[in-house]
Write a protein that binds this ligand. Structure first.
Ligand code: NAD
Length: 493
């Protein structure tokens, strides 16, 4: 059976950063692999007046590092068309409809349409409404809508946005992107759990002591200060990526590894996340903002000195905390997390710390045995490690800790599919496993809103961590007061 997918892509925001950096290269990768061949076309839209030829040049430039040959790149780009379009102008949708129909016939696209909203969320409602009102949705093929984050800035705004979109698209036609869900090793969490009996058997509060999730960035906000200053780490990272990773770690085994079954279990896990009372927020969460520092002779700016950031900004660039899941499997097991900008290293990893053996029979100078730790490396390294205690060679009964490790080679990682490529292919296949369902978005915002409200009522002393550290010292205390410590400490290496 041919693997070729047939569709018309309409990219709103076709001149933007996301389109150039992620979407065009991802479409080209799918083209190289034969998922896109003859029967596809792309309409790029944005306000600027560009010609098709100029647009194709931009597309070719964006895939420079990937091209097989200049001819192949030109062939690919010949499927791209540009339409100047103001998303709020109804008449522009009539022109878009005509072009869509022409391309549908020219490339035999069978009425399959994928609309990608790669622009500011404030336009998501109006675009989806106009797509329906101006008859851009087809009766004969599929109509799917991919939406970029952020989906609202709190529960109320997310609900309003969802209602607007739902007036034109059914839930099963909406693909809400969380690009973390396209990452190989995030998808691998299910394989670790459900393809290895030794782990799933122990995946509960009888054997796991705590779980630690770190999503750390070494860069600052760079040119995104304007956006970031209205968002902060809580909305930018916890509401989506971290809660999504937690739901994959915490969900019950689905009956099949398919979208409906997985989502049902993820939603149940998110709904079991304990909601804090406003007065409890400071017991569970810590926020931070990076200040200036000098590292190896390089002067790093503090957040408040960044472009488009208020000089007295109260926006957090770091958040750490403890999440509890109140169900039979996880009762009593803390899920610690931390995420921030300008931290020591770029890296995403999950450390699963198992409970200690009930009785230490070994002679370790009265030290307790270190716990077994399973680490899932997500980026930039991809792989696993498992820490085990073994007997030291020689006389006596002393132990030492060994690390069994598998890290994918740089070559495998470089050749593995890019997150956006996977997600676009999933959408073409009608598979929504790796996209967020409205019920997940709703549960996440309800959790995050409580924290935001509590924080907005207090002025904090920022900055409170120097660039290049692993965040404020209080983030360590979230664990130490429970008798644990961060397993991954790049700042202490
Ligand atoms: P961008 O500012 O680079 O691009 C925005 C696009 O929207 C441009 O093509 C612009 O011409 C177009 N546009 C603006 N107003 C318009 C109007 N009235 N009518 C028609 N077109 C209009 O933004 P971006 O960085 O590409 O981000 C797009 C979306 O993707 C945002 O929701 C952002 O949060 C999300 N996102 C971006 C990245 C990234 O790496 N850039 C990563 C994750 C999520």
């Amino acid at each position: 059976m041919s693997k070729e997918k047939i569709a018309l892509f309409t990219i709103f925001g076709g001149t933007g950063d996301l389109a150039k950096r992620k979407l065009y290269p991802s479409l080209y990768r799918l083209y190289k692999k034969g998922y896109l061949a003859e029967k596809f076309a792309v309409i790029g839209t944005a306000r600027r007046e560009w010609t098709d030829d100029y647009y194709r040049e931009i597309v070719v430039n964006s895939i420079q590092d990937l091209v097989e040959s200049p001819e192949h790149a030109q062939e690919f780009a010949s499927h791209f068309y540009y339409q100047s379009h103001n998303v709020t102008d109804i008449e522009h949708y009539d022109i878009l409809k005509l072009l869509s129909e022409t391309l549908d016939t020219r490339y035999q696209l069978e009425g399959n349409r994928l609309f990608y909203l790669a622009m500011s969320p404030k336009f998501f409602g109006v675009i989806s409404q106009n797509l329906k009102d101006c008859n851009l949705l087809t009766a004969e093929g599929f109509n799917r809508l991919i939406i970029e984050k952020p989906f609202g800035h709190d529960y109320e705004s997310a609900l309003e946005l969802n209602n607007q979109i739902r007036a034109s698209f059914e839930e099963n036609q909406i693909y809400r992107i969380d690009h973390y869900l396209g990452k190989e090793m995030v998808q691998n969490i299910s394989a670790v759990r459900f393809a290895n009996n030794m782990f799933e058997a122990m995946w509960n509060n009888r054997y796991i002591d705590n779980i630690q999730i770190t999503l750390s960035e070494s860069i600052g906000v760079e040119e995104r200060g304007g956006y970031y200053d209205t968002s902060g780490a809580l909305r930018d990272m916890l509401q989506n990526h971290i809660l999504q990773v937690i739901s994959l770690l915490a969900m019950e085994p689905p009956t099949r590894l398919q979208d409906k079954e997985i989502r049902t279990e993820k939603i149940k896990a998110l709904q079991a996340v304990r909601l804090f009372k406003p007065e409890e927020v400071s017991d569970y969460l810590v926020r931070g903002q990076y200040g200036p520092s000098s590292i190896s002779g390089e002067e790093l700016k503090g957040y408040r000195e960044e472009f488009n950031v208020a000089p007295d900004s109260q926006t957090e660039t770091f958040v750490a905390g403890k999440i509890m899941i109140d169900n039979f499997r996880w009762s009593g097991v803390p899920f610690y997390f931390r995420t921030g900008k300008r931290l020591t290293n770029k890296g995403t990893q999950i450390d699963i710390e198992f409970k200690n053996v009930p009785l230490n029979l070994f002679d370790n100078n009265d030290e307790p045995l270190p716990p077994n730790v399973l680490t899932i490396y997500i980026q930039p390294i991809e792989g696993f490690s498992l820490e085990l205690n073994t007997k030291k060679v020689g006389l006596g009964l002393e132990t030492e800790t060994l690390q069994l490790e598998h890290k994918h080679s740089a070559e495998t990682t470089a050749n593995s599919s890019e997150a956006y490529e996977k997600l676009i292919l999933d959408c073409l296949n009608g598979d929504s496993t790796n996209f967020t369902h409205w019920d997940e978005v709703a549960s996440s915002w309800k959790f995050v809103d409580i924290i935001r409200k509590a924080w907005d009522n207090e002025i904090v002393e920022f900055p409170n961590y120097p660039s290049g550290s692993m965040g404020p010292v209080e983030s360590d205390q979230v664990l130490t007061k429970d008798g644990f410590k961060w397993h991954w400490c790049p700042d202490k290496q």
